[in-house]
Ligand binder design. Structure first.
Ligand SMILES: Nc1ncnc2c1ncn2[C@@H]1O[C@H](COP(=O)(O)OP(=O)(O)OP(=O)(O)O)[C@@H](O)[C@H]1O
Ligand SMILES: [Mg+2]
Length: 280
């Protein structure tokens, strides 16, 4: 059994569409390729965390389990993939019925019911849905020791707003255990002004862990149901994810930005105006 100290729990939050699933999937693939035992948890009704590992085929979901389509054994929800990444997906309720956050909380409860199986993993990654909007989405923070929050943002104001909100969430007293490993910038436009990004990270007291440029190869691989490591292993994009995986691990282990210093909303918009940050 792996000790809790060794295990790394990476929790990615960011605005909708900013690249959480992309970054999470590629980190998972990188750690698995390095011989780690990896559990990737998709917390999104789209059930797309597994897309790049199962060529788009949909795995069983937590919702299927709750609805009684199979039992509550760990192995029944788990999907093993050829890349070595093990995956679980929450799935999601019918639109207008139920609550996505509840699905995340239910998955976390399920993991807590299986401590032995969970402890067998070296790396656990949570790909959490959308902006931080409800209590259910923060359920992964319950895993305490070894967990580390990473914020993903583009260079755009709405994405930075969500990033600041996520930093605010980590300061709530009841999530005191939540260390922020740092921020990952997943660029929407490679040629957009980026001077404000380091200032933003500094302002909210988090380290910049890495930056992922926009690269059409990432979408090309996704369309084929693959990670870039599998689709184009010697590409620049694949190398960039290898670098990012190392940086995420180093940040997770060092917890150097354990306490974020987020802005209030008015201060945030003043920052946007001061730096002339615009949506493109
Ligand atoms: N750096 C990048 N270069 C090119 N395409 C990218 C990059 N990052 C993400 N994408 C593409 O952008 C789309 C959205 O990314 P992704 O699904 O990872 O976002 P998300 O934050 O998980 O979205 P959601 O909030 O809906 O879960 C995907 O089609 C993905 O392939
Ligand atoms: Mg996603």
């Amino acid at each position: 059994m792996k000790s809790a100290r060794r295990r790394m729990v990476v929790i990615l939050y960011g605005k909708g569409g900013v690249g959480k699933t992309t970054v999470c999937s590629h980190l998972a693939a990188q750690y698995a390729a390095g011989g780690r035992k990896v559990l990737l948890l998709g917390c999104d009704p789209k059930t797309d965390t597994s897309t790049r590992f199962l060529s788009g085929k949909k795995p069983p979901t937590m919702l299927d389990m709750v609805e009684g389509r199979f039992g509550r054994r760990f192995s029944e929800l788990l999907t093993r993939t050829p890349s070595g990444v093990d995956i679980m997906e929450t799935g999601g309720p019918e639109p207008g019925v139920g609550c996505g956050g509840r699905g995340v909380a239910t998955l976390c409860q399920f993991l807590e019911e299986h401590p032995r199986e969970l402890a067998s993993y070296d790396v656990v990654l949570f790909d959490v849905l959308g902006d931080l909007v409800c209590g259910g989405f923060v359920a992964p923070l319950r895993f305490g020791k070894g967990n580390c929050v990473f914020i993903i943002s583009s260079e755009e104001p709405a994405s930075l707003f969500a990033a600041n909100n996520i930093a605010r969430m980590t300061r709530r007293p009841y999530y005191d255990a939540a260390a922020v490993g740092g921020i990952i910038f997943n660029l929407r436009h490679n040629d957009a002004p980026q001077g404000h990004l380091a200032s933003f990270a500094k302002k909210i007291g988090v380290a910049v862990v890495g930056s992922v440029p926009r690269d059409p190869l990432i979408m090309e691989a996704e369309e084929r149901g693959l990670t870039v490591q599998a689709h184009a292993p010697s590409s620049k994009a694949a190398r960039q994810f290898a670098v990012l995986a190392k940086a995420v691990e180093a940040a997770c282990r060092s917890k150097r930005s354990a306490k974020a210093a987020p802005m209030g909303n008015d201060e945030f918009w003043a920052f946007v105006r001061q730096h002339r940050i615009a949506s493109l």
